[in-house]
Design a protein around this ligand. Sequence first.
Ligand code: AMO
Length: 429
Amino acid sequence: MTATALQRTLTHELAQFEGQTVKLQGFLHARRDLGGVQFLVLRDVSGIAQCVGSGLELPLSESSVEVVGSVKAHPKAPGGFEVQVESFRVISAATAPTPVEIPKMEWNVNPETMLDYRVVSVRGLKERAALKVQAELVAAFRDHLMTEGFTEISTPKIVSAGAEGGANLFPIDYFGQPAYLAQSPQLYKQIMVGVFERVFEVAPVYRAEEHATSRHLNEYLSLDVEMGFIEDEEDVMALENRLLAAIMTRLSARCETEFALLGATIPDVPVHIPRITLMDARELVGDKYAHPVGGKDLDPEAERLLCQHYAETEGSDFVFVTKYPRAARPFYAHPDEGDLTRGFDLLFRGIEITSGGQRIHDHAMLMDSIAAYKLNPETLTGYTEVFKYGMPPHGGFAIGAERLTAKLLGISNVRYARAFPRDRHRLTP
Ligand code: AMO
């Protein structure tokens, strides 16, 4: 059979072809010349394969290449098989050496350099593993919500007013009119509850965070959910609980290699994720860990300690923090007794990955809240109007996809959980 008549085999399928001739196509991941004998590692979408040949003229690393050869068991080769090269072809030659050695890259070895050269460094096995896990996570998010009757929506990313308050809006010039990049689909996803009752969106959102931290991006992927006809925020937390369980089930089934490569473990999602009120949480980290509690929210160290407590005492990597005060939540949060709201956060392995809660659905209550937050009601009419038309009690949440991905995989900075991160100092590539 001629090489071109052979079907392409993927590197992860080699075991099925022992003793047979296969055609592999991929990138020249690594190469070694031992005087006449050449070893090359070919990388394709499914993994890597070691190939050995002689008299080959190997191109620069990362060239796309084709190998035709026979598959032999070889315990020391990745995956336990090696391909003995019968013919070798360069499909598209690299014309310059890569600025970083892809197979030798490690996390945190000069991370800025790795991000500078992201167009090619992102091909690294660990780098792409993070993005692959995120892709599966997003697919599981969609699949699970659809089984629960949710409909996917797509809302504007160019908006006339902020949804979340605060100063972190990116202003843009919209044909001479002031506008902003959307901080969140919040107001639109609520409006769409009036259409589909249960909705979700997977889309980037924009936050003009001034500070470069390991948990903040200026553009991140927001996994948003909103559902109508709820009793209270408990229904929303229960939904997120089921959703996370479904996500972890899919990751266990489809991302074993990626988790192994990164030395990470998939968490067990408790049937009932523990809950603690913000007030009790502050007391707990104060009493148990002598961590001073100031401010209206938990600081990053308090989040870490609270997670440590639940990991140690209940074996849970997750904890819901509930009953946030109004001062810590946006105007749309549904009030609860005292000056509290029905808002919650979900912490996972030491960091907040979700905010959510029940929202105000009563028009008069909403207008009062807008006044109490000293917002200009005129800028919000496109949103507040809908509450004149029978909006049901509703609530939802948003998961920061990069934070969840990073914490799942033990990646220290959310920037590596995004293909092309936008941070305080980075607009390219
Ligand atoms: P919030 O502003 O808390 O809530 O954001 C929700 C989740 O998004 C993630 N996140 C970020 N990730 C990376 N970089 C950032 N700068 C960043 N900011 C937030 C976090 C956070 O928990 N509308 C509400 C959600 C809702 O109530 O439905 C909202 O946007 O994981």
